[in-house]
Design a binder for this molecule. Structure first.
Ligand SMILES: Cc1cc2nc3c(=O)[nH]c(=O)nc-3n(C[C@H](O)[C@H](O)[C@H](O)COP(=O)(O)OP(=O)(O)OC[C@H]3O[C@@H](n4cnc5c(N)ncnc54)[C@H](O)[C@@H]3O)c2cc1C
Ligand code: SF4
Length: 599
């Protein structure tokens, strides 16, 4: 029997840069695209993300057909069903696929394998072409380390790929990073350039019309403006480098009300579906620097995001899976506040909440709802910071980032959420949790001026929630952090607060928590000691590696009531109250009246 190969093109392999296809069409090779119904309904995906993935797949499939490739594009209950059905339909003797980029695809391919084998069809897995560091190389780098700091990995990558390096082996400019130059707030009155957008073509518009009717997903298809072809993605890279990169560095951390992107590249959505390769973006930025078009601090700042952070988080995902999903070293117990789905108090499923009065949180969530994205600092220092201070279970926050962002995939959200921002991994990735009071947001944004809360106050009716939650966080985790080299000073500052004020502050934090409406679908874990993770821990066996043993957080004095493992809130929690039974200071929110519905 002659050989016939089916190449499975994963939804994030939407160009020939990453798909495992031969360079030219061959009669014995079929490219196979699968739209999995199960995956499409697995989370309340942002509708614009669904449009992006479906449209990029559709365009790539069309491009391949035009180039003479045989293409199979099918909708199937699951990825494995689609692969097996297509292989049989085409009389394949072999299926070639990329090793799963994230766990669910690994599992789907593992389920496909015996079904294919039953028909004498071999499944051959190839290395993922979408990264510069292979999983094996990352594992080599990580071997024997107790902590896995990005900065050290980044230097290895700079040397290995000779990016921004001098012939004598020293980093260009004499330093590995220029972070200190890159922390400017956006100057008042400085115009923000318009967002870089791409008008949807007929193919995309047809998909938008289809996705708009799907229930149980988040956001609207309206305003979809992402690149869905290789040509448009390259144009986006070019525009970023020529129009924005020069000033990218200094304003990397700035936030402006109503602006999801500022000078950020917005390349992540295209990179993560395979329309761009990180190597070409890195090399383009270096060329712009070598040609004298952009300063080193900006070029290096951008290169670090891709050659450092993107490669590092993907490596950490595989290093810490599968236990990573449950990582919760700080013992957080809360589901996600409804404000993350309904910042304006809009109806969401059958649940309601009052509008979010915190200007920073409301605006940044609005950006995600409307565009499926917001740049890095709002993700880290507003959305994640708030959830971490509040005590939201990292898995619940991760689910939101994974579902709600156009660039969201588990391989990238999990390390960023469970590792970087919530410190759920107990310090494997970051030396300390990314938490701050409102002062950071005030310094780096224009949010606080017009907020109904006072960023300078830490107690009382108008106190900024970031402030009392921050001090409450330090008090709750005092035992864990008082000897921590990078946190001990912050913890010691607790002792400078008058004891009565500290009690008041903590009561206000408890009352605030009790007053919020929560997402009823989020996973709820029993309150109690958190679970650290061990590298390579078996599923469902969270462990606490030496030095990361979680401390039991003090029992909250007025935690929101729960009803066992049920996801519904108990009615006793519906009246916000402080520990002493006094009403919450002018709580802006009311409790969800029902649970969000999922299709
Ligand atoms: C809580 C949280 C959740 C995040 N979720 C995602 C996600 O779902 N998908 C995603 O691609 N990124 C995620 N990031 C990382 C980062 O915020 C986004 O990559 C970035 O904001 C995308 O916008 P941009 O393309 O304009 O990025 P730029 O600021 O222009 O950076 C350039 C590129 O660097 C890469 N990059 C930068 N930082 C990171 C990082 N920490 N991890 C991985 N890649 C990085 C991205 O590919 C990005 O396109 C998350 C960060 C945090 C703190
Ligand atoms: S005052 Fe607090 S809640 Fe309001 S915008 Fe500033 S940091 Fe956010």
């Amino acid at each position: 029997m002659s050989e016939r190969t089916l190449v499975f093109v994963a939804p994030w392999e939407c160009s020939r840069l990453v798909a495992q296809l031969p360079r030219t069409p061959r009669a014995d090779v079929v490219a196979c695209f699968v739209e999995s119904v199960k995956k499409g309904a697995a989370l309340p995906w942002h509708r614009q993300k669904l449009v992006l993935v479906l449209s990029a797949m559709r365009h790539f499939a069309d491009r391949l057909r035009e180039a003479g490739y045989a293409v199979e594009h099918r909708r199937a209950p699951t990825y494995e069903d689609g692969i097996v059905e297509a292989a049989l339909a085409h009389g394949a003797t072999r299926v070639v696929a990329t090793e799963g980029r994230e766990q669910e695809m690994v599992d789907a391919l593992a389920r496909a394998e015996p079904r294919l084998a039953a028909h004498g069809i071999a499944l051959e897995l190839k290395e993922d072409r979408g990264f510069l560091c292979s999983r094996a190389d990352f594992a080599d780098w990580a071997r024997g380390r107790k902590e896995y700091r990005m900065e050290l990995f980044y230097r290895v990558m700079r040397r290995r790929h000779r990016i921004l390096m001098e012939p004598d082996g020293e980093p260009t400019g004499g330093a590995w990073n220029f972070d200190a130059d890159n922390r400017k707030p956006w100057p008042r009155g400085k115009p923000v350039p318009p967002r870089m957008t791409f008008a949807p073509d007929d193919v995309t518009r047809a998909i938008m019309a289809r996705v708009a009717t799907w229930r149980g997903r988040w956001g609207s298809v309206d305003g979809f403006a992402l690149p869905v072809t290789r040509e448009d993605a390259k144009a986006l890279l070019e525009r970023f480098v020529t129009e924005r990169l020069a000033e990218f560095g200094p304003y990397e951390d700035a936030m402006v009300d109503g602006e999801p992107d500022l000078l950020h590249s917005t390349l992540s959505a295209a990179l993560n579906v395979g329309l761009l390769h990180p190597r070409e973006c890195i090399e383009r930025a270096e060329r712009a620097y070598r040609e004298g078009r952009v300063p080193l601090a900006s070029a290096e700042g951008f290169v670090r995001q891709l050659l450092g952070w993107r490669e590092y988080v993907r490596g950490m995902y595989w290093l810490l899976m599968p236990g990573f999903r449950e990582a919760n070293a700080l013992g957080a117990t809360l589901p996600l506040p409804m404000w993350y789905w309904a910042p304006d108090g809009e109806a969401y499923g059958d649940a309601t909440t009052a509008p979010c009065g915190m200007r920073c949180l409301a605006d940044t969530v609005r950006q995600v709802r409307d565009h499926g994205r917001v740049h890095h600092i709002p993700r880290l220092m507003v959305q994640s910071n708030f959830a971490t201070l509040l005590g939201v279970v990292p898995a619940a926050l991760n689910r939101w980032f994974w579902a709600g962002f156009v660039d969201g995939y588990e391989w990238v959200t999990l390390p960023n959420v469970n590792g970087m921002s919530t410190w759920g991994d107990g310090g494997k990735m970051m030396s300390k949790p990314y938490v701050s009071s409102g002062a950071y947001i005030d310094r780096m944004s224009d949010y606080c001026g017009d907020c109904r809360y006072d960023v300078k106050r830490r107690t009382g009716e108008d106190a900024c929630p970031f402030n009392f939650l921050y001090w409450d966080f330090l008090a709750r985790h005092r035992a864990r952090f008082e000897k921590h080299p990078r946190m001990s000073m912050m913890v010691r500052n607790l002792d400078r607060i008058d004891a009565r004020e500290l009690v008041q502050l903590r009561r206000q934090a408890d009352a605030f928590r009790a007053s919020l409406a929560y997402d009823g679908d989020a996973p709820i874990v029993a309150p109690g000691p958190g679970a650290g993770i061990a590298v390579g821990a078996a599923p469902g066996t969270p462990a606490s590696p030496a030095g990361t043993a979680p401390s039991s957080p003090p029992a909250p004095t007025a935690a929101p009531a729960r009803s066992g493992t049920s996801r519904a809130r108990s009615s006793s929690a519906s009246t916000p109250s402080t520990a002493s039974g006094t009403p919450t200071p002018s709580s802006p929110i009311r409790r969800a009246e029902g649970r969000r519905r999922r299709s």
